[in-house]
Design a protein around this ligand. Sequence first.
Ligand code: G6P
Ligand code: MG
Length: 211
Amino acid sequence: MIKGWIFDLDGVITDTAEFHFKAWKQLADEEGLSFTREDNEQLRGVSRADSLRLLLKGKTVTDQHFEEMMTRKNGYYQELVEKMGPEDALPGARELVKELRSRGIKTAIGSSSRNAGRVIELLQMEDIFDTIADGHSVANAKPAPDLFLHAASQLGLSPDECVVVEDAEAGVEAALAGGMCAVGIGPAERVGKAHYVYAETADIDLKEVMG
Ligand code: G6P
Ligand code: MG
């Protein structure tokens, strides 16, 4: 029986992909690296460090330079994020979480982002999630199931009692590896392995998923 829903943040609750793109693009320009919108698509759900590795395309840098670049990109990202407000929630997202809670379902965020807490605060959604599992919570990033397993345990639920909503291939893989029901948001080429696939968060059919 489903007792909890765990939501990825970027691309499910709000669309921060454009901010990540602008921040990585600024860093790439400064470092003389090529970076396109298509490249950015590959970074969906990918941790900050793994994103930088993809951006560097095999170029070797010192550990210190690597750390500095991650910090610089994050600074650009945070500047953009601070302009967000409640109106930046994706259509239907707030309503869906509220509806689940009104049915007694527990709700969590399961995001790879270390900025997830701040984004939820800016969206004014802190009080509709029981717990936030983020980029600080576990060592192994998606597609490892660790983050979602952590979120489930924070909710006091077993994996098979949880639904995970994800827009990234790595996130769907993480949910399946954790033995959870996966709802994919986006095209089938990206999230087709999920048990249920919808184009957008607003399209999620609760009756279909909950039975
Ligand atoms: C999410 C986004 C990724 C981002 C990652 C880490 O998964 O989809 O694009 O790289 O979070 O975010 P952070 O805010 O910690 O750099
Ligand atoms: Mg995402």
